[in-house]
Write a new protein. Structure first.
Length: 231
């Protein structure tokens, strides 16, 4: 995940996206995208929920909670364009290509000029809309990075099964260990059951990814470390 600097527009859009997301049930499949266009803020999104959010009240609650942030950005008065679509058919993500790093938060180059700033994955995304896949990839890599001798890994997750009844996953890394051995290790140790894993994440407050990066993350536990053995 990108390291977000406080008191920046990028921090604001991602925080506001997760704040809005927190007003919907975690069991709903939801994607919220916030774009800061300086003069107004666009809240785009879609959700399986039938409950229509009162963005005016949510905006006021956000302003009350993060007044210092908005003041630092000269955004005390936020004008919102609400284009969230409700009662949509959004199936859980069944495949995704994600990159994970030994460090949960990584620094990325910022554009010199941005006329608008938009929130980015995973912020504003519910668990079943790719967030669980990202968390699970971090969960697996956190068990293996020292064994693999690399700081990052690219992981392609899919729910499809091959002729050997294994998940059709793919792993890209610069490790000296062949990728087929890494793949075999992953499939031997981890059950790839995102349903069970997502249920474990239900109690985690997703917005803490932004508000408290130093907090111990439940998806970074190493509860299978004794099983991670490469012969």
């Amino acid at each position: 995940m990108r390291k977000l600097e406080k008191n920046t527009r990028r921090y604001f859009v991602n925080l506001f996206a997760d704040f809005i997301l927190s007003k919907l049930e975690k069991t709903e499949n939801t994607i919220i995208q916030v774009t800061d266009c300086e003069n107004f803020v666009i809240v785009n999104g879609q959700t399986t929920s039938k409950t229509v959010l009162d963005l005016s009240s949510i905006k006021q609650e956000f302003c009350d909670s993060f007044g210092d942030l908005l003041k630092s950005l000269n955004m005390e008065d936020i004008n919102i364009l609400d284009i969230i679509r409700y009662d949509q058919e959004i199936p859980p993500y069944q495949k995704s290509l994600v990159s994970v790093n030994k460090n949960l938060y990584v620094e990325e180059y910022e554009p010199v000029i941005e006329l608008s700033v938009t929130s980015e994955f995973p912020y504003g995304h519910s668990l079943n809309c790719g967030r669980s896949i990202l968390y699970y990839s971090h969960y697996m890599f956190n068990h293996m990075y020292s064994l693999l001798g690399v700081n990052e890994l690219h992981f392609k997750y899919t729910t499809k099964i091959d002729e050997n009844e294994d998940y059709k996953i793919n792993i890209i890394s610069e490790s000296h260990i062949p990728k087929e051995k890494i793949k075999s290790l992953v499939l031997d140790v981890f059950d790839m059951d995102l349903t069970e894993f997502t249920e474990r994440m239900i109690t985690y407050n997703l917005i803490d990814d932004i508000l408290d990066p130093s907090l111990d993350k439940p998806y970074l536990v190493q509860d299978r470390l004794k099983d991670v053995i490469l012969l």
